[in-house]
Design a protein around this ligand. Sequence first.
Ligand code: HEM
Length: 371
Amino acid sequence: MVNNASVNYWDYLQVPKLLNLQNGLNDNNVSVDELHFIIVHQVFELWFKQVISEIKFVRDKLNVARVEEENIPIIVHHLQRVVKILTIASDHFVLMETLTPQDFLNFRSKLGTASGFQSFQMRQIELLLGLTKGERENYNHDNPIKFLYETSKHSIDGSEIVNLLEKTSTEKNLLECVLDWIYRTPIQGSGPNSDNDNDIVDEFISGYLERIKEINETQMKKLIEDGGDINVKTKFEESYNEIYDFLNAVEFNQSDSKDFKLRMKRIRAGILFIESYRNFPLVSWPRILIDSIVELEECFIKFRFNHARMVERIIGRRIGTGGSSGVDYLDETTKYRIFKDLWKIRTILLPSQNLPPLKNVNYFQFVSEVD
Ligand code: HEM
C-alpha cells in the first residue's frame, strides 16, 4: 500500500515504465523517425483503450429494462467524450505525415507483416459498436479477426488477445442496446405493451407516408412544369417505395419471425417519432442521444478517411504490410455503416410544418398542466 504523502507524478503515472516501451524490436537501433512512428501508434492505442472503456460504460447504462431519465444526459456526456477523442485522434494523422515516404521506407521492412490490421483494440471497438461480418462481406472483405487468430499463434500474448476478442464478441453491443431502448419509445404516448400499440404505430407510419406523398407530388409537379428530367416521376415513385418498405420493415418478411419484423417496424417508427417531435421535452434528450451516436459513427468514418489519406501520401498504392490492397481497401472501409437505421431516418424526415399532429401532447411536455 502506497503512503499518499509519498505519491509523486512519475510513480502515479508510471512514467519510467511508459518511457521504456518505445524500443521497437529491442534492437537498440530505433531512429528518430522510427521513434516517432512508434509513439504515434502507441498514443492511438491509448486512446483506443479509453474509447473501449467509454463505449462499455454507455452500453451498460443502456443495457437495462428501464433506462432512467436522469441517465440519458450522462450517456450523452460519455458519447461526446468519444466523439472528441476520435476527432482529436484523427488529427494525429497529420503528425504521422511528417514522416516522408523515404523516411518510412528506411525502416518499413522491420515491420515484416505487422500492420494496424492487427490492432486488436480497433477490432474490439468495432465489435462493441456492432459492426457485423455481413457489413464487411458487402465489400468482399475477409473477417480481420480470423487473420488475427492466425497471427496470434506466433505471439507470446496471442492467446490472451484471442480470449479477449472472443469474450467481446459474445457481449451485447451498443447497436443492440440502442435499438432495445428505442423500441420502448412512447409513440404518440403508446408503449410496446399497450393493447392497441400495433394500430397506433401503423397509423403513425401511414400518416407520415401520406405526407411524404403529398410533398413529393408538389415537388414533382413543379419539376415537370420547369421542364425537369422526364424520369422524375419514376424517381419519386422509387424513392417513395423504398421509404415505404423501410418503414414497414418489408425486408424482414421472408426469413425472420413476425415478432422480429414488428419489432424492427416499431424501432424505425420510434426513431422517426423522436427525430420529428424533437423539441418536446420528453424526447429532446433521447434525440440528442441518437444524434450523438450518429456523430460518433461519423467521427469513426472520418478517422478511417484521414488514415487512408495519410497512407496514400506516405506509401501511395502499395500493398499493405498486412497484405491488403492498401488504400483501396481502406477507402472501402469508410463505407461501412453500423447504425444504419439512425442514418436512414435522415432521408425520410419531414419539415416540422408537415408533420402529422402529435397526440397526447401533455404527456410530452415539461409542465403538463397549468393551474
Ligand atoms: C506510416 C504510417 C502508416 C501506414 C503506411 C499505414 C498503412 C496501413 C495499411 C496499408 C493498412 C491496411 C492493412 C494492411 O494491408 O496492412 C492499415 C490498416 C490499419 N492501420 Fe495503418 N498505417 C499507418 C499508420 C497507422 C496509425 C498511426 C494507426 C493508428 C492506430 C493505424 C491504424 C490502422 C488500423 C486500425 C488499420 C486497420 C483498418 C481496418 O482494417 O479497418 N495506422 N494501415
